[in-house]
Design a protein around this ligand. Structure first.
Ligand code: NAX
Length: 324
């Protein structure tokens, strides 16, 4: 039995509060793995964070060895094996997108440096805090001694949302749907692509009209987050934590046979997407690493959508280039 160190940033926030208990209960790595849990927050949230740590104690989780609640990144990332970078600056009233990018760039460059200095060399990093893809790029660029392949951003919530929509439309179960992809940026420019997807081994495009896909399905996946904010008054939290668990679990233990998932990863130029951005591709995970699914046919409609998301990420990159 080994011990793994798992770090959650923004651990007193909505998503962090969900994530900490799921991880500490063994739902990520299984009951056989002991966990040192490190929780990072800003100084103003330390009281709340200590309250979370007390509740974690009160769960008496068998696989939880130690809990560290801190506002010091060097402490939080010491020996870290898995990092969930959730804490981020929210978009305030009147704030421009460029202000949001810059505010978060400072956070993620500091955390990238701390990972570089203190974390396990084989760390796996999932960035959840928005703008997630570009935040992951900044963290990666500030950690030159860690493999770029260690840095990913979360598209799994979008992927799971798309599965749920398709399952409802086809009267199937989410597990009957395979080979769906969310390409690009975690933003409304993401592209939910069903051209290779199957439901019970039948091609989705043979079952559902293109009109529904283009005019209902794609916008509803892209806008799902906003819809939830409208109804709940708060952004998605439990579903986001669940998706974060799915992302890292599949990365560590492998994806299911005959299927793939969507992960935002450093582009290697596949499908003509520029290198130097963190872009979501269809990936298969085995033995703790991921590989982009190659040679999928991309039709004209898909190509336009892939390029539009790439253009947005290149634009985001431009705004924070001096921090790379
Ligand atoms: P909350 O505002 O509830 O929590 C964020 C927490 O991060 C706060 O407790 C804050 O004190 C902390 N924090 C801020 N700066 C920090 C820093 N430098 N170091 C450590 N902690 C810091 O937000 P929550 O609802 O938990 O969402 C967290 C992030 O996830 C947001 O950026 C949100 O936009 C993003 N999301 C990303 C999703 C994705 O699919 N990639 C989906 C869900 C979510 O919207």
């Amino acid at each position: 039995m080994s011990i793994k160190t798992i770090t959650i940033t923004g651990a007193a926030g909505q998503i962090g509060y969900q994530l900490a208990f799921r991880i500490a209960s063994g739902q990520l790595l299984g009951q056989e793995e002991k966990i040192n849990l490190k929780l990072l927050e800003i100084p103003a949230a330390l009281d709340a964070l200590n309250g979370v740590a007390m509740e974690l104690d009160d769960c008496a989780f068998p696989c939880l060895e130690t809990i560290t609640a801190t506002d010091n990144a060097s402490v939080a990332f010491q020996d870290c094996d898995y990092a969930f970078l959730v804490g981020a600056k929210p978009r305030g009233p009147g704030m421009e997108r460029s202000d949001l990018l810059l505010g978060n760039a400072e956070i993620f460059s500091a955390q990238g440096k701390a990972i570089n200095a203190y974390a396990n060399r084989n760390i796996k990093v999932l960035v959840v805090g928005n703008p997630a893809n570009t935040n992951a790029l900044i963290a990666m660029s500030n950690a030159p001694e860690i493999s770029p392949n260690s840095f990913t951003a979360m598209m799994r919530l979008d992927h799971n949302r798309a599965l749920a929509q398709l399952a409802a439309k086809t009267d199937a179960h989410v597990t009957d749907i395979k080979k769906l992809t969310i390409w690009g940026n975690h933003s409304t420019m993401q592209y939910p692509d069903i051209y290779h997807a199957t439901v019970n081994d039948q091609k989705v495009i043979n079952l559902i009209s293109l009109d529904w896909i283009k005019n209902t399905f794609i916008p509803s996946v892209q806008q799902r987050g906003a819809q939830i904010i409208k109804l709940r008054g708060l952004s998605s939290a439990a579903s986001a934590a669940s998706a974060a668990m799915d992302h890292v679990r599949d990365w560590v233990f492998g994806t299911a046979d005959n299927n793939w998932i969507s992960m935002a990863i450093p582009s290697d130029g596949s499908y003509g997407i520029s290198e130097g951005i963190i872009y979501s591709f269809p990936v298969i995970c085995t033995n703790g690493s991921y590989e982009i699914v190659q040679a999928l046919e991309i039709n004209e409609f898909s190509e336009i959508c892939l390029k539009a998301s790439e253009a947005e990420l290149l634009e985001e990159r431009k705004a924070i280039e001096h921090l790379l």
